[in-house]
Design a protein around this ligand. Structure first.
Ligand code: PRP
Length: 215
């Protein structure tokens, strides 16, 4: 049986902001995950290792116990329905929001409160469906895997549901935010069985990371 701790991380923005939190807790990967092609990276802390995987796969690895813990965006956690993970800590990194956006010239005479039926391009079909169902608006959802901001520019959809951080991507593509769906940040997630089996080391790790979170 594996008595060590395995943590699932994804490359990109989350990793950039997560590594300083781990470093503050005295845990440093022995290789730079952005440079290395290795998918399992040992750390300065004996028995603690990192898995480098796609952001949307983090909940899967943690749910199945292939990783004890992981860092996942709230967007990914909201999109994947039926997850049974312990979510003990908001790391307050990867802070942004999930929003509905449309072309600025449409927004100039649009009234979201009167929408009855909308066509939305998004990477987040479940969040989109739930949001508009709760508002009593019918949706036609076009699933995309990236560059959602392009869809309204070429007539694929009138509106998009996507993450907005600085707002620069929307601005540079002539889109504006017309409705906010949820605030988003990255969360520490823990496998429920691992939490029981490895309670002490996992609790110690959660406390060490919590001490690094900016208020
Ligand atoms: C996200 C999101 C937007 C952009 C928003 O994409 O999908 O396109 O960031 O950021 P901004 O408001 O600061 O411009 P990301 O770069 O994470 O790539 P992705 O499309 O692979 O998710």
């Amino acid at each position: 049986m594996n008595h060590g701790i395995t943590i699932a991380l994804s490359k990109g923005r989350i990793l950039e902001e997560a590594l300083p939190l781990f470093a503050g807790a005295g845990i440093v990967p022995l290789e730079d995950p952005d440079q290395s092609r290795k998918l399992i990276i040992a750390s300065s802390h004996p028995g603690l290792r990192f898995l480098i995987i796609r952001a949307s796969d983090v909940p899967t690895y943690v749910t199945w116990g292939a990783a004890d813990l992981g860092i996942a965006g709230k967007d990914v956690l909201m999109e994947q329905e039926g997850l049974d993970l312990y979510e003990p800590l908001d790391l307050k990194i990867g802070v942004c929001r999930m929003a509905v956006a449309e072309a600025a010239d449409l927004a100039a005479h649009d009234a979201p409160q009167r929408w009855e039926r909308v066509r939305i391009a998004t990477k987040y079909p479940n969040i989109t469906r739930r949001h508009f169902q709760a508002r009593g608006v019918q949706t036609e959802i076009i699933k995309l895997y990236g560059s959602m901001e392009l869809a309204p520019l070429v007539g694929l959809a009138d509106r998009i549901v996507d993450l907005v951080s600085s707002g620069r991507t929307l601005r540079e593509n002539g889109l504006v935010e017309v409705e906010q769906i949820a605030p988003i940040s990255s969360r520490l997630v823990v496998n429920r069985a691992a939490m029981k089996r490895k309670l002490r080391p996992i609790e110690t790790l959660i406390e060490a990371l919590e001490a690094q979170v900016h208020p």
